[in-house]
Design a protein around this ligand. Structure first.
Ligand code: PBG
Length: 341
């Protein structure tokens, strides 16, 4: 036995008349008083999928409770979120047309740019984060420009990412979130934003994004699945954690204002490591579509009790070290947190 272990045993040894941990678990108010990790609606970010057209509110079959919305629906959506105490959204756009270079991604009147203006017009207080990537906008569904052989042209893509970020900032976005795992994306976006005068617009980098099968339902919702091949040449291998710290170091160096790990549940060790490695930057975790779909499916079958499972999952992600969480459960969780009772 190590000395450390002996000390721990000493510290917790049951002594009649001594310390008993159960004393502080006796009542609800006591448990609330000594809880180490908290969860509140303002720790949550709600993703929105915006589609062309008017009057569209189309359910995403693999994500019960989640809808693709047209821009005209966003005012009502903002009011609902506000009523629940939810302050932040992450926008994904599905454009009218796709092409090989994803031109619609940085159009001044593109789908995300319009959505930002409408949300800010409806609710100036709402925090608007935007996803910056090409996969929804390219006809091949990859996250960057491709060379003749189908490989991503890293540095040519950086220029387009900068233009997307600037177009979102001009529309009024508060924070841009590059998700493509293109090397140098944070630095390129920072200098493009500064070059256009958007010093106040922050970057939330999807610094550590794994090549995960948990994105399946999202690819239905965002209509952004690759037409051929996969994303393993740019997203991270699930077996790697030390590499995550190298990714993080690069993004910190390039000026990221906040970092994100994605997915969340199979990667809580990575959330913890990043939290410990870079305590000075806010850290987000993305509780992704497949994680949501699993809970919804089990709950629909009566196999799990949705409310307690969701709150347990979210507090677990916070306990691992995430300051805030992007989650499709945000509306339900906010409502449940309100009537904790
Ligand atoms: C890419 C992007 C993806 C997600 C967020 N941004 C999909 C991917 O990389 O294939 C997934 C989110 C989720 O599954 O909820 N722009």
């Amino acid at each position: 036995m190590t000395d450390r272990h002996t000390d721990l045993v000493e510290a917790v040894r049951f002594v009649p008349g001594g310390r008993r941990p159960r004393r502080l678990r006796r009542t609800g108010p006591l448990r609330d008083l000594v809880r180490e990790t908290t969860l509140a609606a303002d720790d949550l970010v709600y993703p929105l999928f915006v589609v062309p057209g008017r009057g569209v509110r189309r359910p995403v079959p693999s994500m019960p409770g989640i809808f693709q919305l047209s821009v005209d629906q966003l005012g009502a959506e903002a009011a609902e979120l506000d009523g629940l105490g939810l302050r932040a959204v992450l926008l994904f756009g599905i454009p009218e047309g796709k092409d090989s270079s994803g031109g619609q991604s940085h159009a001044a009147d593109g789908i995300v740019q319009d959505a930002v203006r409408v949300l800010k017009g409806a609710s100036p207080e709402i925090l608007v984060l935007t996803d910056v990537c090409l996969c929804q906008y390219t006809d091949h569904g990859h996250c960057g420009l491709l060379d003749g052989g189908g490989d991503i042209l890293n540095d040519e893509t950086l220029d387009v990412l900068g233009r997307i970020a600037v177009s979102h900032a001009r529309a009024g976005a508060d924070v841009v979130a590059p998700s493509g795992m293109i090397d140098g994306m944070v630095g390129a976006i920072r200098s493009a934003l500064d070059g256009d005068g958007h010093h106040q617009v922050g970057t939330l980098s999807y610094a550590v994004k794994y090549a995960s099968s948990f994105y399946g339902p999202f690819r239905h919702a965002a209509e952004g699945a690759p037409r051929f091949g996969d994303r393993r040449s740019h997203q991270m291998d699930p077996g790697n954690a030390r590499e995550a710290l190298r990714e993080v170091a690069l993004d910190v160096e390039e000026g990221a204002d906040a970092l994100m790990v994605k997915p969340a549940l199979g990667y809580l060790d990575v959330v913890r490591r990043v939290h410990q490695a870079v305590p000075e930057l806010p850290l987000a975790a993305y509780n992704v579509s497949g994680e949501y779909a699993m809970v919804k499916a089990a709950a629909a079958n009566g196999w799990l009790e949705e409310r307690s499972i969701v709150l347990e999952i979210l507090i677990g992600i916070r306990r691992a070290g995430a300051d805030f969480i992007v989650t499709y459960h945000a509306k339900d969780a906010a409502a449940w947190l309100k009537d904790r009772g």
